[in-house]
Design a protein around this ligand. Structure first.
Ligand code: FMN
Ligand code: SF4
Length: 686
């Protein structure tokens, strides 16, 4: 399809010092849990982004020295020449598709706990790491240390050029690097020419930019990533104050300004807490102070919003981390007039959890993310059909929808039967909860794709029985019937039912989402530890109920530290008047009283609860699977070759896991059975 002329401006080239970006799409640095440990997987992932049309494709944070060892987190590594081949794999993969390769050089300073290198961390002034409870401190850098650091940075820039990179970052963002620590008055208590006034605190950043330009600036663009606002008021850098002054001081020095807000949780803000383009107010001043191109971020998925950023003079290039993860082909889809096919990021931050759990990146919307090399999965290309199978998929939640989409794209005949009138399963229900509206994109993208496929038929309001399966005529049956929340309190903390749970005024999340009313005061017992317990507490509170969230964990929604949400979730609960009782388990419920016990001492207490919402665990909807299993040979006689249960119906998990399960089955159902490891591995060489 021809490109919509409204979007032409997005495809104008942009000069970045000595190099030219072919369009305005810039994949800004993002870590991925693969980094230096899985370089082939990492390179293939970046290569797919380049193929998808991003003019610049960046690495994540790349450690430049052993004293910046970010272990156990898996980032990039450029400690010496032995790291070059791995990084060259990446730049080659990016160049193969005509994009520029960028590298973000990082010294983490006090944020580098050096658990592998066992070096002593360094900082502008002696300090305990502000971001972790690691029981060690950073020492104050001497002038000799500063000189050494500048030398390491310069050497890293030279090595990066040898590894093939075109854009070299000096990184002063997120509070995660030395130049930023020097800028931050609260961390820089020096009394020499690197401390005190802003000009002094910005001296190191200036020197690094100059060093890098001097070392590689003739052939490489030198970019600065700078957090113009830390969103912590006068205690930090503010875009109306020092953030602005830093840009004014260094305005023409770099070839490109990449500006955002800090810290990471503020920058990669989930859709629950901020809309697309939310950083505009903080970064819009930058272009008025520099003639150099400016890139910024804000979970941009709408081409109209992108055009507006350029036309209104806010940004020159559209930076994206999460939108490029959810859809590596976003630029190409706009370029070819297929913007309606963009798989929009839902802002859930599951992608961030890969970094926190030190495992390859995964994405709710894009199940191929992180699988490009090890499974050979491409986000837009699928293996051809190998047989004339006809599929019956039961259940149109995230697993069923994705399975149908991929099978349909492979050319199979598919009937997708949904028992209810609504498609989307848990996604449709959960997207109606406070703050989760953007999550409905998981359903909408897939339904919109399915509607274009002549081989896929969607049947709403169609519960399926075992007898109907026998009569149906499908060769393969996929059960994606989802799960429902338990009411008996069984979960992580309780492996036996909780006395008094099971009925009456004890409600499950399904009950609340289906409109059953809870009575006040209500206790939300959260032994699930992800987002749902806190969101239900928020919903009940906003309906005027007195709400206490009880959890066996040390804080609300404990797992959401991995998605950068925990702090904000707890803050929102407290601000809205939800009481939080951490480190407590439930022991029993009777007569409007909930008995509790401290998870450490076992000491018992009681709390009044006219109702309880129990968020502990789910059970798979496996009734049809059991009925079909009982049919035995009758299935084969009816021509059914396989019955496979996927997603929450097999074992409840995240929406990302459900989408992955649907995708995997649709790609791999016809692969030969094997006990081999189902993906390629990168093994250490002896
Ligand atoms: C999974 C993930 C990893 C990230 N890692 C880095 C990183 O290594 N260095 C960095 O400067 N920013 C990192 N970021 C921040 C992004 O570059 C970006 O500024 C932020 O996500 C906002 O952009 P977005 O709304 O397009 O995602 C990361 C973001 C995500 C989602
Ligand atoms: S995991 Fe969620 S936030 Fe991250 S890119 Fe995918 S959809 Fe967006």
């Amino acid at each position: 399809m021809p490109r919509d002329p409204r979007f032409d401006i997005l495809f104008e080239p942009v000069r970045l010092g000595p190099v030219v970006a072919k369009n305005r799409f810039f994949q800004v640095p993002h870590c991925n849990g693969m980094g230096h440990a899985k370089p082939r997987a990492h390179a293939a992932m970046r290569g797919v982004k380049a193929e998808g049309g991003w003019a610049v494709v960046s690495t994540e944070e790349v450690e430049i020295h052993a004293s910046s060892d970010l272990s156990p987190y898996v980032e990039g590594r450029l400690w010496d020449d032995r790291d070059l081949p791995a990084l060259a794999l990446l730049s080659d993969a990016v160049h193969a598709h005509g994009a520029l390769a960028a590298i973000e050089l990082v010294h983490g300073g006090m944020n580098a706990s050096n658990q592998y290198s066992r070096d002593v961390a360094i900082a502008p002034s002696a300090i305990a790491s502000p971001d972790s409870y690691t029981p060690s401190q950073a020492r104050a850098m001497t002038k000799a240390d500063i000189r050494a650091y500048r030398r390491w940075h310069r050497d890293a820039a030279l090595r990066a050029r040898r590894a093939g990179f075109d854009v070299i970052y000096v990184y002063a963002g997120h509070g995660l690097s030395l130049p930023m620590h020097f800028l931050q008055a609260r961390h820089n208590r020096r009394t020499d020419e690197y401390g005190g006034s802003l000009v002094n605190r910005a001296r190191l950043l200036r020197e690094l930019i100059e060093d890098t330009k001097d070392a590689v600036g003739d052939t490489c663009a030198v970019a600065v990533r700078f957090a113009v606002d830390e969103l912590r008021g006068a205690d930090g850098i503010e875009s109306s104050g020092e953030g602005r002054e830093v840009v004014a001081l260094l305005a023409e020095l770099p070839d490109l300004w990449d500006v955002n807000v800090s810290d990471w949780a503020n920058d990669s803000m989930p859709s629950r807490f901020a809309p697309e383009g939310f950083q505009e107010d903080k970064v819009r001043f930058v272009k008025s102070l520099t003639s150099k191109p400016v890139v910024g971020v804000g979970r941009f998925t709408s081409p109209d919003a992108m055009v507006s950023q350029i036309r209104r003079g806010v940004l020159d290039m559209i930076g994206a981390a999460r939108p490029s993860i959810a859809d590596p082909f976003l630029p190409r889809k706009i370029e070819s007039g297929e913007q309606d096919d963009i798989r929009e990021c839902i802002g859930c931050n599951i992608c961030v959890s890969g970094d926190y759990t030190m495992t390859p990146i995964r994405c709710t919307q894009n199940p191929t993310m992180g699988e490009e090399w090890r499974k050979g999965w491409h986000p837009e290309r699928l293996p051809p059909r190998t047989a004339d199978d006809a599929f019956l998929i039961v259940g149109a939640g995230p697993a069923g929808l994705e399975c149908a989409r991929v099978l349909g794209r492979r050319g199979h005949a598919v009937v997708l039967a949904e028992a209810t009138a609504e498609l989307g399963g848990r996604v449709a229900r959960e997207a109606r909860l406070p703050g989760l509206a953007a999550w409905v994109r998981v359903r909408d993208y897939r339904v919109q794709q399915l509607n274009k496929m002549s081989t896929v038929e969607i049947c709403r309001g169609s519960p399926v029985t075992a007898d109907q399966v026998l009569e149906f005529g499908a060769t393969r049956v996929v059960l994606a019937t989802g799960s429902r929340w338990r009411v008996d309190g069984v979960g992580r903390a309780n492996t036996d039912p909780v006395p008094g749970f099971g009925a009456g005024t004890v409600l499950t999340p399904d009950d609340v989402m289906e409109g059953r009313e809870a009575a006040s005061p209500v206790v939300v017992f959260d032994d699930d530890h992800y987002y749902l317990g806190a969101i239900l507490a928020e919903k009940l509170r906003s309906a005027g109920l007195a709400v206490t969230l009880v959890t066996p964990a040390a804080c609300a929604s404990a797992w959401t530290v991995h998605t950068l949400e925990q702090h904000r979730i707890q803050q929102r609960l407290l601000d809205s008047g939800v009481a939080i009782l951490a480190n407590h388990n439930v022991k029993g419920y009777a007569g409007g009283t909930l008995r509790l016990a401290c998870t450490y001492t076992g000491r018992e207490s009681a709390i009044a609860a006219a109702s309880v919402v129990t968020v502990t665990a789910r059970v798979s909807n496996d009734a049809l699977a059991l009925e079909l299993a009982a049919l035995g040979a009758r299935l084969a006689t009816a021509g059914v070759v396989s019955v496979t249960t996927i997603g929450d119906a097999l074992a409840p998990s995240t929406i990302a896991a459900a989408v992955y399960a649907g995708h995997r089955h649709a790609r791999e159902f016809d692969a030969p059975e094997s006990d081999a490891v189902p993906f390629l591995r990168e093994l250490p060489t002896a």
